[in-house]
Design a protein around this ligand. Structure first.
Ligand SMILES: [Zn+2]
Length: 322
């Protein structure tokens, strides 16, 4: 009988194979489906499917109901979330006419719009429509390949809006007038600010995340380096001047004007620090290394700390490379 001995090389290969099996792709799309238990009426006729648990890639979705029509703002990531949103909108609005708009083109906000085609009149600003056509496919691939939500991206087709506006549009839902405003490139090229001025409600999409560091996309590999922090601050000033009472962020819990002020203070401090540090001759990586812990220490309870180096890079590229 042949005696079996352990060959250390074979043992090592077996261990490597086992660890590769452990590291194999796990799809997390189901964790990203909107939760209808989280629906809250934040102002009369304004219902938010709220990101109460701060789940990455789960956005806030707003359904605004008037006497004649309802407007849905954002769809969630993929078809199943959008189907849930549409059914909730139908529950709240009955047979009223439906409109859909999307705060900006990013997948977790608008890559379910196809579910609404033919059910709702879809309205975007021109910059957002154009950005969706240009970046939609690369972002669909990015989310499927890098963010482990390939299942949610399956079957997603990018749809174009029925109505396009340039800088401002108004929808009278019946006793409730909603304004859609496009200002300038900020978080993306086509961010919309949606508001109900008579009720002091403003929906900011990813221009604001409550209790969180901002998301400043800087993806040269996707030809996406369009973030503009200076414009972003200008939009905050425009919004603050309207004295909002209920501030609905892209992610995180619904807030107030105080959340907007706090986000603005953070951006002012961080951008000033980056400007001073690069003027003193520091390169990007040393600024990221030194400034990140300072920013974390100012808001130890904020989410998305791993977005800070990219935020610093956005200021650096915009403010220092002149
Ligand atoms: Zn976004």
């Amino acid at each position: 009988m042949k005696t079996r001995t352990f060959n250390p090389i074979i043992l090592m290969l077996a261990l490597l194979a086992a660890s590769a099996a452990v590291a194999k792709y796990v799809d997390i799309s189901r964790e990203k489906i909107v939760n209808l238990d989280n629906i809250t009426e934040v102002s009369p006729g304004v219902h938010v499917i709220e990101d109460k648990q701060h789940i990455f890639l789960v956005p806030n979705i707003t359904i605004i109901v008037g006497t004649d029509a309802a407007l849905i703002v954002d769809t969630g990531l993929g078809i199943e979330s959008a189907q849930r949103v549409l059914s909730e909108a139908r529950k709240l609005a009955g047979n009223r006419k439906l409109y859909l708009t999307v705060t900006h083109f990013h997948p977790e906000h608008g890559f379910g719009a196809q579910v609404f085609k033919g059910q709702a009149t879809i309205i975007y600003n021109r910059a957002q429509r154009d950005e969706l056509l240009k970046k939609g496919a690369p972002f669909q691939a990015l989310f499927a390949d890098k963010l482990s939500v390939a299942d949610a991206m399956k079957g997603v087709k990018l749809v174009t809006p029925d109505i396009v506006y340039d800088s401002e549009a108004q929808i009278d839902l019946g006793g409730r007038v909603v304004k859609l405003n496009y200002y300038k490139p900020a978080h993306t090229l086509g961010d919309q600010v949606i508001s109900i001025p008579a009720q002091g409600v403003v929906i900011l999409g990813d221009l604001l995340e409550t209790q969180s560091f901002p998301i400043m996309p800087w993806f040269p590999e996707l030809s996406d380096t369009d973030v503009n922090p200076a414009n972003w601050r200008e939009i905050f000033r425009n919004v603050a001047a309207t004295n909002p009472v209920v501030v609905i962020p892209g992610h995180g819990q619904v807030g107030t004007a105080a959340d907007l002020d706090e986000a603005a203070r953070h951006m002012d401090f961080a951008s000033k620090e980056v400007t001073q540090r690069c003027a003193a001759g520091n390169d990007l990586s040393s600024i990221q290394r030194d400034l990140t812990p300072i920013l974390v220490a100012q808001h130890p309870d904020w989410d998305l700390k791993d977005m800070i180096p990219m935020e610093i890079q956005a200021y650096y590229e915009r403010l220092c490379r002149r």
